[in-house]
Ligand binder design. Sequence first.
Ligand SMILES: C[S@@+](CC[C@H](N)C(=O)[O-])C[C@H]1O[C@@H](n2cnc3c(N)ncnc32)[C@H](O)[C@@H]1O
Length: 596
Amino acid sequence: MNLAMRDVRHPTSDMNIVVEDFFNVPPRTAVFAPYAVKNAKGQIKKEIIIPNVDAVVANPPYTRYVEISESTRNSIDRAIGPIMKTYGLQGGIRGKVTETGIYIYFVMYAAQFLTEGGRIGMIISNGWLQTDYGIAFANFLTSTFKIKAVIDFSSRLFSVPIIATCVILLEKCSIENERENNNAVFGYVNGKTTVDALIDLVETESKPPKGTIARRVKQRQLVGDQKWIQVMFNPERMEQALASNSTFVKMSELFQPLRGNTTWSKVAFDKALRPNVGPGEFFDLDKGTVNKWGLEKFAKPAITGIRQSKFFTFTKNDWRELSSEGKKAYYFICHTRKSDLPKGVLEYIKWGETQCRTTIRESRGGGEICSRTWVCQERAKNKDFYGWYDLGGVIPTPIFAVRHGWYKTRFAVTDFPVAMYDAAIALIPKTKLTYSQIQAEAAYLNSSFCQLHIETHGRATSGGVIGLETKVAEQIPILDVRALSQKQIEELSMLFNGLEQKARELEGADTFEKIQLLTNEIQNIDEYVGNLLRLPKGEIKLVQAMVRSLVDRRTSRAHEAKPETVAGKDMPRIKIPKKSKKGLFDTANQPLDKWT
Ligand SMILES: C[S@@+](CC[C@H](N)C(=O)[O-])C[C@H]1O[C@@H](n2cnc3c(N)ncnc32)[C@H](O)[C@@H]1O
């Protein structure tokens, strides 16, 4: 279509066009052309023999298997069912892999049309590079083709939000030894470049052109269960640099990461129980409620929602402001026997046992009396607590991180005792650290080096956020601030203050635009850390580019839900109708080619 709209003129009578669902056209068979030809006998439909082909070029749809019509699913299963099974790539909600994009099936089927040495060039979504099913797909690729190149494009190159795209160039090869000795080019284009420069990169041993990060990898090294995003960026190399440097240690050496920082958070962590403290309807308090029931002695300053913390510090002043605005800025922390409690507090607890109910949806277990919820019951059984209402106390926490970050996993410093809920990853020091040492650590934790580790080891959700779990946090290589000189501590804490000051000027560090405006401050920290590691400038830039790319691809997956645009083109596409109640699209019985 695109070519047709560009009015390309090259008259030929040698073009055979078959208008049919690709998966209904078997290789090496005879099919009828859509037009008739006249000869002496009259009009006859021309027969086309589909031969083995030298090349397949395509831009298959990025649609997910679960979104296509049953008839197309059946066609795919008929065409490549056995091979999907061999590689564990059956799609579907209960399939072995979920969320598969159907472009992978186009590649798998196209392979059956190729002669030995024949080539495939396709533009497909780059989602698979980072997913579990991508590992299975990569196994199919390495055992069928010489991987000539995988070129990934930053979505920043396009002026509208598009589905992130990559180009794959493959050559069919049945000889294992030849495949294994092939050099595969992995390229990431994040600046302006030309097609010729990219072809040079693939065909010659030339260096990557400007705006492109690339590496060549022997195909032998591509086997196993690695996601190719790791192959493309090779973050392990950077991790090794950090691991072998004496000024770095694992997070678990200096801090215990916990979800929240009440005594209950620690018990829940040790016993692998759910870390939430229980219903917010009871435990989260605002000033009015505190006064109404006379809970002053048992109401402790708290962060009860991550939106309450927008900067790189959370100060007593920030908290006072929340409290005076009537926000739920307190936790009910009552480590006292009922028999020792004043009347008002006892009445409040009674209210939690008789009237206060959870307000989450009933289908998710809502509407329950607070004291009877699972977490509260679990606590009631524990002899370290005086009852379901008792959270123990607040563990001092000088740094915490936002567990679900959008554009950045933000680490913030506190200057006073504040309780935190379970979506804050509280870093509890295992050793005594000064406030400057904490600030210096926070500078590093907000650097691209740390973000790279989180992006590559954290759990990226299909909604686009990056989740930092305590187990992952424990393994993050961090600065051993005890090993730094006083001067280095001061310099790093100054860089942290610079970051915080800018965030305050911007009135937050919690949106994409604001994080963008903090680039300089984060880069200053990156450079300092890079110098500590004695890394060349280019390597620091590489870390920053990797983080940018990983964040882009993660967040652009969220745009996939709004596919009004076709990848590679700044052009609107027909909107797919909304989901029906059954979870499938209303048009699930429409073939895909009806959407055009
Ligand atoms: C990403 S678009 C490609 C657009 C193309 N590059 C252009 O410029 O028009 C994918 C195309 O594949 C077509 N398609 C989807 N499923 C198909 C199938 N099973 N067989 C053949 N074509 C299919 C869609 O109709 C759509 O036109």
